[in-house]
Design a protein around this ligand. Structure first.
Ligand code: FAD
Length: 334
């Protein structure tokens, strides 16, 4: 590991200013450090400064709160520094936006959740083992090929058509996609960015997955309340693992009938993958009509193009979505 400076920023503005004008050639923002430190240990990043934002809010993240505007519309605000543990145990989120609490609670391990922050979770880099190994000079690191194409691609994308076949690893991202998530920023020319505009596909920039500019720092995240929402992830093991597929669903219900739905899948494409065809097929379906639910959720694989070792995801994805729909409707799921 190379030598580097650690700069403790007392505010997000100071963090941004150190990144932009601190005189470092490769300064990297660090929150909980789970993913940043992995990159250092893996030898993928060799920064000359880590700019630590953990003290940016005076040592403790602002509490998760709900605000109502003059029209009565409810918005929930998280701090960029709220940990996954705080999000998963928030009684406010459990009642007003269970999909986010469930997504956070399903990630990683209790130890990781105690440290990992909301912003860091959204901006963590992919788990692709070719990207994570310094022995493979893949497209993301300036090389000329995606090694997953002819290599071991069990955990790679089934949507998106390359040329880089990573999947986006964040549990929080699909949940924020279906709840109108917005990130709030400092340090650049814009104050906020919709989550839907935060991520990009490889053809829009292969070296990274998000649209933040150098020096832009996430300060908070807002989302709409979604009381009928649910998250379901299928994993090889229930702890210490990223999902094979995940689904986030929000419903508007009229009795037992689905009036409208928002559906987003994770771990299947280089960015969180909205599934409007499933949402359309769910419209009008009764939550108790198992056959129609299965039929609607089967639309999840429309347009999928699995690789040599990951067609199993075609079977898992509709199941994950159906279970997320049931959770969103308040049903018990095994
Ligand atoms: C064993 C294990 C299992 C895991 N399983 C899961 C899982 O199932 N699901 C899941 O979603 N994740 C999982 N993770 C990943 C973990 O949740 C993330 O690594 C963590 O959330 C990153 O948060 P952090 O605060 O540590 O970020 P850091 O590592 O500090 O930063 C991550 C990235 O975000 C950037 N960043 C951080 N804060 C800001 C900010 N305020 N503004 C701008 N940029 C910022 C950093 O520069 C860096 O690029 C797992 C991790 C481990 C170790």
């Amino acid at each position: 590991m190379n030598q580097f400076t650690i700069a403790q920023a007392k505010s997000y503005e100071e963090a941004s200013s150190i990144v932009k004008t601190g005189g470092f050639s490769l300064p990297i923002l660090k929150a909980g450090g789970m993913d940043v430190v992995d990159h250092l240990k893996e030898g993928i990043w060799e920064p000359d400064a880590l700019v630590d934002v953990l003290k940016a809010e005076g040592g403790a993240a602002a509490p998760i709160q709900e605000h109502r505007d003059t029209t009565g519309k409810a918005t929930i605000r998280l701090s960029a520094l709220n940990t996954l543990a705080e999000i998963s145990t928030s009684t406010l989120l459990d009642g007003r936006c269970p999909v986010l609490a469930q997504a956070a609670g399903s990630a990683a391990t209790p130890q990781v959740r105690n440290v990992a922050t909301a912003a860091g979770n959204l901006l963590q880099r992919p788990r692709c083992w070719y990207y994570r190994s310094k022995d493979f000079d893949c497209l993301k690191k300036g090389g000329d090929r995606c090694y997953a194409v002819k290599g071991i691609n069990n955990y790679h994308a089934i949507f998106g058509d390359g040329p880089c076949h990573i999947v986006h690893p964040s549990n929080l991202a699909p949940a924020l996609m279906i709840t109108g998530g917005t990130i709030h920023l400092t340090g650049g020319n814009r104050d906020s960015l919709a989550i839907a505009d935060l991520f990009h596909m490889p053809e829009r920039g292969i070296r990274d997955e998000h649209n933040l500019l150098a020096g832009e720092v996430v300060t908070s995240i807002t989302l709409n309340a979604a009381p009928n929402s649910g998250f379901y992830a299928v994993k090889e093991k229930q702890s210490f693992d990223w999902p094979l597929v995940m689904a986030a669903v929000s419903l508007e219900l009229d009795g037992d009938r689905i009036k409208s739905a928002q559906v987003c899948a994770g771990a299947v494409a280089p960015m969180p993958w909205m599934l409007p065809s499933v949402a359309a097929a769910l419209r009008g379906v009764s939550i108790n009509d198992e056959d129609s639910l299965k039929k609607a959720c089967a639309r999840a694989t429309d347009g999928a193009a699995p690789m040599s070792n990951n067609s199993y995801k075609l079977k898992l994805l509709p199941v994950a979505i159906r279970r997320a729909v049931l959770k969103a409707a308040g049903k018990e799921v095994g």
